[in-house]
Ligand binder design. Structure first.
Ligand code: RFL
Ligand code: PHB
Length: 391
């Protein structure tokens, strides 16, 4: 098999890249190790930045998002039983975010790709990328039990944190920056209307909690739990009791309960792999970087990377110049590091480390009070949350 761009992974990065290339008249093949149902139902991100919404719409993938996505003009910060709303449009010159689940973004892009785009192979596991630093890189893969080779002009590794593409960049050319956190998130889906019309980020002495949603009738909620916690060790009522404690306010706000339909634990990590390119192999999305989910940045970063790659390759096809492809890694990394910084700041602002001292507790409250009382501090949060511009 032969194509111009071999794409490994059909998460948001790989699927959107295939769509952008299709629209630019560049052919691609997508290899995805899992089956379609798995990819379409993996619960993950919920928040799309304005820039992500604009890209999906311009790519012709925004129809259902425009109908079903929920525009959010702010978030609430909760601490010491107090509530503070951050008003995004007022602070950022009109920017907002959209609640539209990653599962739905993937379903929309898969349907489009199968209808109009190039080959998208499920249950096709990439085994290795070979010849990254030659003019004809290859992906060895296994599909329906048979090994095959995809010959490419370019390979883009969109295969997530556990993928194989990254390992084709020689270790001596690589630098990894990493931090793990001594806690994770226990996430639930529940069949109950969200108890607040915007997301609530709560700092509590017992740990962080987040109220989010998937639709007007489905809530998505998270609790900070110790690293390595087994989701099944938490009973449903125990989860609701703990959420209620952490979201408590002095004005009698109430958390509605409902049947929990899913629960899982996500570890937290910050990770950046530099560079994001080696020869004709490019890394995009979680394959190159991970942020803790507190800033809601992971999917949005993946979108920024593939937009940058599609632009660079289109530029090369139109002008013959490799300039933008050569700049790919640096262009992406400057935005990536801003998102790393923002996600780290949000995480350390709102989570309680197991060894937190009373001094650190007071500092967190002081940081929150600063955001609630200074327009400059609040604007910084609003700009970060609604998104950094694509390079
Ligand atoms: P993905 O989604 O992990 O997709 C990678 C795909 O590659 C496939 N794959 C392979 N295919 C072929 N051969 C191989 N050898 C392969 N190895 C792997 C995998 O099966 C998979 O289909 O990476 P991508 O596309 O870079 O997308 C990244 C996002 O998924 C991720 O950053 C976000 O989900 C992070 N995230 C959030 N991001 C946001 O922007 N806003 C949020 O609100 C948000 N909330 C979250 C999150 C992530 C979470 N978890 C579970 C980590 C909340 C949570 C709880
Ligand atoms: C989600 O809805 O899953 C979600 C929202 C905001 C975050 C993280 C996850 O910061």
């Amino acid at each position: 098999m032969r194509t111009t761009v071999g794409i490994i992974g059909a998460g948001p990065a790989g699927l959107l890249l295939a769509r952008l290339l299709h629209n630019a008249g560049i052919d691609s093949v997508v290899l995805e190790s899992r089956d379609r149902a798995y990819v379409e139902h993996r619960q993950r991100a919920g928040i799309l930045e304005q820039g992500t919404v604009d890209v999906l719409r311009a790519a012709g993938a925004g129809e259902r998002m425009d109908r079903e996505g929920l525009r959010h003009d702010g978030i609430e910060l909760r601490y010491d039983k107090k509530r503070h709303r951050v008003d995004f449009p007022a602070l950022t010159g009109g920017r907002s975010v959209t609640v539209y689940a990653q599962t739905e973004v993937c379903k929309d892009l898969i349907a489009l790709q199968l209808k109009e785009g190039g080959p998208l192979l499920f249950e096709a596991e990439a085994l290795a990328v070979e010849g990254a630093d030659t003019d004809s890189p290859r992906v060895r893969f296994r599909h329906e039990g048979v090994e095959d080779v995809l010959e490419c002009a370019y390979v883009v590794g969109c295969d997530g944190f556990w993928g194989v593409a990254r390992s084709a960049i020689p270790a001596e050319l690589t630098r990894v920056f990493e931090r793990t956190y001594p806690f994770g998130w226990l996430g639930i889906l529940a069949d109950v209307p969200p108890s607040h019309d915007e997301l609530v980020y709560a700092r509590h002495d017992r740990g962080f909690a987040l109220l989010s949603m998937r639709s007007p009738s489905v809530s998505r909620l998270y609790l900070q739990v110790p690293e390595g916690t087994d989701a099944e060790s938490w009973g449903d009522e125990e989860i609701w009791d703990e959420l209620e404690r952490r979201f408590e306010t002095e004005d009698g706000w109430r958390l509605e309960r409902g049947p929990i339909t899913q629960k899982s634990v996500t570890p937290m990590r910050s990770y950046v792999h530099e560079p994001m390119r080696h020869g004709r192999l490019f890394l995009a999305g979680d394959a190159a970087h991970i942020v803790p989910p507190t800033g809601a940045k992971g999917l949005n970063l993946a979108v920024g990377d593939v937009v940058t790659f599609a632009r660079a390759l289109t530029h090369r096809e139109e002008t013959g110049s490799d300039d933008l492809l050569d700049a790919y890694s640096a262009t992406c990394l400057s935005r990536v590091w801003q998102a790393e910084r923002f996600s780290y700041d949000m995480t350390t602002l709102l989570h309680r480390a197991p060894d937190a001292t009373p001094f650190e507790d007071r500092l967190q409250i002081a940081r929150l009070e600063r955001i609630a009382s200074s327009r400059a501090a609040e604007t910084d949060l609003a700009e970060g949350y609604t998104g950094f511009p694509f390079g």
